[in-house]
Write a protein that binds this ligand. Structure first.
Ligand code: ZN
Length: 193
């Protein structure tokens, strides 16, 4: 089955994902498909949870441009080593098309992760890159930017978030997405792989 970006509130978006145990050709194919989906949706980052896969993995291309291959980064089993400062900034999310809100994040972070070659790497990041890795790492724990919006946006965007939920329930009723119970069963099954 081809992957697709699932909208809120698909249960995958509230899933605490398991570490990747094997970096192999299957995983490479998944990552390639995730990049295609991310570019098609005009995003700069995408986490495995957003394509209904319960693995600790996310991708970034801060240029948001498929032609800029050198900007492509894959973070497998990421872990923050250090965080410093706090900064507010605007975020969007491919699981909430069209929704933007102000979110507080650490201003500087150091993060380590594995790449597709199975090598461990470490980055010290700030500005957009720091914000993006915090947003994407949150996805792997089932945490969403709507959980971290500043108070004013939390109030202002309540209706929009409710609309996403209502639309998703209609799609479920039409059979476009599985029931929450079935989706959770599929996620549990994928975890065993
Ligand atoms: Zn997101």
């Amino acid at each position: 089955m081809p992957l697709e970006i699932v909208p809120f509130p698909h249960p995958a978006l509230r899933w605490k994902s398991k570490p990747v145990i094997k970096v192999d050709a299957d995983l490479e194919r998944v990552v390639a498909e995730m990049f295609d989906l991310m570019y098609a949706a005009k995003g700069i980052g995408l986490a495995a949870n957003q394509v209904a896969l319960p693995y600790r993995l996310f991708i970034l291309n801060l240029a948001g441009d498929a032609a800029e291959k050198s900007e492509e980064l894959v973070f497998i089993n990421p872990r923050f080593l250090r965080r410093k400062g706090t900064v507010e900034g605007e975020e969007g999310c491919l699981s909430f098309p069209g929704l933007y809100a102000q979110v507080l994040r650490s201003s500087k972070v150091a993060i380590e992760a594995f790449n597709l070659k199975g090598e461990c790497f470490e980055y010290a990041l700030d500005e957009l890159a720091a914000r993006a890795v915090q947003h994407e790492s949150d996805h792997l724990d089932g945490v969403l930017f709507i959980d971290r919006m500043v108070e004013q946006d939390r109030l202002d965007k309540k209706g929009v978030v409710a609309d996403f939920e209502a639309q998703y329930r209609r799609w479920q009723a039409e059979g476009r997405y599985p029931s929450d119970e079935e989706a959770r069963r599929q996620l549990t099954e994928l975890e065993q792989k």
